[in-house]
Every structure is written in C-alpha cells, then in structure tokens.
Design a protein around this ligand. Structure first.
Ligand SMILES: NC(=O)c1ccc[n+]([C@@H]2O[C@H](COP(=O)([O-])OP(=O)(O)OC[C@H]3O[C@@H](n4cnc5c(N)ncnc54)[C@H](OP(=O)(O)O)[C@@H]3O)[C@@H](O)[C@H]2O)c1
Length: 323
C-alpha cells in the first residue's frame, strides 16, 4: 500500500489507517466472550497487516480501555512488530462515573489527566511509547499552558513522539498553539460521503441556502495551510450506505454501485477512494472487523477517481445539486 509522510515528523504511514474502536466491542452483533473477542481482534489486526496497513488508531475510551488491551495480544504473534508500525491514541474524554459515581460525562485536557491517561494507555497497549497522541474532543475549559506542559514532559521522557488533535477547528488549534510548542501534526475529523459537511462548508460559502449552520467552516483549509495531516473517522459512514430505505440512499447507492461496476472494484473501495482523491491527502481511519471488508476497502489504494466521478459522488452524498 502507498504511504504518505506525516509532515513535520519522520512517520511514513500507509494512506489507510486501521481504527481499533470496535475491537473488544459487542455493539451491533452477537455477544462474544472475552476470549472470542481476543481471537477476533488478532484476526482483524492480521487482516489489516496483510493489506499492508502500518498505522493503528486508538483512544483510551474505546471499549473503556478494552480495545487497547485486545490490540496488545498482537505482540505475542509478532514480537518484532512494534517499531514497524505507527501507534496513535487519544485522551481527553471522560465518561459519567469516572472516577466517582457522581462525575458527569466531560472533556478533560488538564495536565494531570493527560499525563495519567498516557501512562494507562501505554500499560494497556504494552508498549513503551506512542508515535502520536491526539486530544480527542475540544475541552471548553482547556488551559493551553497545561497542555503544553504535559506534551513537553511526555515528549522529553520519550512516552510520546508527536502530538495532534481530533474534532478541532482552526481557531481551537491556534489557541493551543499559543502555548504548545510541540508541532500539532494531525487533526482527526468525521468526514465521509454522507457526512461531508467540512468539505461542503467551503462550497456553500456566501450562500443563503442551505440555512443550516456548518460547524467547523475553514477547518480543512486551515489544516492544509498549516501542514496538519487530516484523518477521516467513520470513513464508511458506519455502513449507512447499505441501508437503502429512502430516495436519498437509493440514489447514493446507485451512483456508488455504477462507479464500482465500471471500475471493477468494491463499493467500499469507491467510498474510501472518494476521500483519498481530496487534495488534503485525507487518510481514512477504517473500523470494520471483517477481514473481507478490510480487503475490499484497501482496493481504494489503487483506485483513481476522475473529477467527474468525485463530483457525482459528492452531489449524491449531499443529497442536492451544487449551488
Ligand atoms: N476521533 C473521533 O472522535 C472518532 C470517532 C469515531 C471513530 N473514530 C475512529 O475511526 C475508526 C473508524 O470508525 P467507524 O468504525 O465508525 O468507521 P467505519 O469504517 O465508517 O465503519 C465501520 C463500522 O461499520 C460497520 N459496517 C457495516 N457495513 C460495513 C461495510 N460495508 N464496510 C465497512 N464497515 C461496515 C462495521 O461493522 P463490522 O465490524 O461488523 O464490519 C463497523 O462497525 C474507529 O475505529 C476509531 O479509530 C474516531
């Protein structure tokens, strides 16, 4: 699989990243026991490695820590793997009940929380270091000085090589950068054919219609201007394109299918190639646990969509023509 350097780092990840949120997670599927989930996790990671994927995305909250624990099973099978792959995790979201029953769901970019989270992440992943640590969702109570202190210390003691953010706007990144000296090299955002708002925001500038307020206008342009690599979470829209129960989905699935047939590739590859075509060099962070779907998506690496095809998909995903 082709690789692309993360600017301002020595990291050279594959264009497609495997996201580990669904490892150790029984959501939307038959109950699996702990040992069945472990076996499934190893099989899934092996399937990603077989496709050449060399970067894996985590967060401390995935499966409440279970996803990272499940991932660490892979070291038994591949003892020399750690330095050949790029491991990224995130912190900053805290669930209700953490650490006491009355604690609300919240975001926490405090110095203590960032430092403690990384220690716990490293323990669960059974690794000495993270290649990248992301701040998961913007914390309205953020004190950039505290983030700067935590990042500097983590970098100095070799626990984290590089840093980034997730779900942040340009202004929120600028606020962090007022004090954070470590380069912020990644912004992970929700972008897919059905949720194309961040791309759409640039298209509908100065339009009265549609009237919805697009949050995050200018985020993609900001990242391109500042050499921040964009990663797309839920790039397959969690399989939503398969639920064909209204005119919008019927039309979208017809457009996807037509292109897939013409190019002799899977529909999943067309959906992922739509992201790869974007000049921001967006990296899809894929989350399926099915090896055959991982393979189907990875066909996107050798699939070049034309401008004509890209726009046909964009319009079908927007659900209406361009202004
Ligand atoms: N930064 C953030 O705020 C944030 C938020 C969410 C996710 N993420 C990251 O993004 C990664 C991917 O998220 P995601 O799982 O929502 O992304 P996705 O790749 O869009 O969706 C994968 C999910 O859709 C299901 N699915 C149904 N039909 C599918 C098909 N034809 N092809 C592929 N998948 C299909 C999969 O189930 P099966 O496993 O049964 O195939 C799986 O649950 C996560 O693992 C995580 O690393 C980040």
């Amino acid at each position: 699989m082709q690789t692309q350097k993360i600017l301002n780092t020595d990291l050279n990840p594959t264009r497609i990243i495997y996201g580990c949120m669904n490892l150790g997670n029984n959501r939307n599927r038959a109950e699996l026991s702990e040992s069945e989930m472990k076996r499934e996790a190893v099989k899934t990671i092996n399937a990603a490695l077989e496709q050449g994927i060399n970067m894996f995305d985590h967060a401390d909250i995935y499966g409440r820590g279970k996803s990272e624990e499940m991932f660490s099973e892979i070291w038994k099978e591949h003892p020399g793997l750690r330095d050949k792959i790029i491991l990224q995790s995130k912190c900053g979201i805290r669930f209700t009940g953490d650490p006491t029953p009355d604690a609300p769901h919240r975001f926490d970019f405090s110095y203590e929380h960032i430092k403690n989270s990384v220690d716990e992440i490293l323990k669960r992943l059974k690794t000495e270091y993270l290649d990248i640590l992301l701040l998961h969702r913007p914390d309205p109570l953020v004190e950039p000085e505290e983030v700067a202190k935590a990042f500097d210390e983590l970098h100095q003691i070799g626990k984290v090589k590089y840093f980034g953010v997730s779900n942040h706007t340009g202004f929120q990144i600028d606020l962090l950068k007022k004090f954070v000296d470590q380069p912020l090299v990644v912004n992970q955002l929700e972008i897919n054919l059905i949720h194309s708002d961040l791309i759409n925001a640039g298209v509908i500038t100065n339009q009265r219609k549609p009237v919805e307020f697009i949050r995050g206008e200018g985020t993609l342009e900001y990242c391109r201007l500042h050499d921040i690599t964009i990663q797309a979470w839920s790039p397959l829209a969690v399989g939503a394109f398969e639920n064909i129960n209204d005119d919008f989905s019927k039309n979208l699935s017809t457009v996807i299918l037509e292109i897939a047939k013409n190019k002799n590739v899977s529909v999943e590859a067309v959906i992922a190639a739509w992201l790869l075509k974007h000049p921001a060099k967006i990296q899809p962070v894929i989350g399926t646990r099915r090896p055959e779907k991982i393979k189907a998506i990875c066909q996107a690496d050798s699939l070049e969509l034309s401008r004509y095809e890209w726009y046909k998909l964009f319009i079908a995903g927007r659900g209406e023509d361009l202004p």
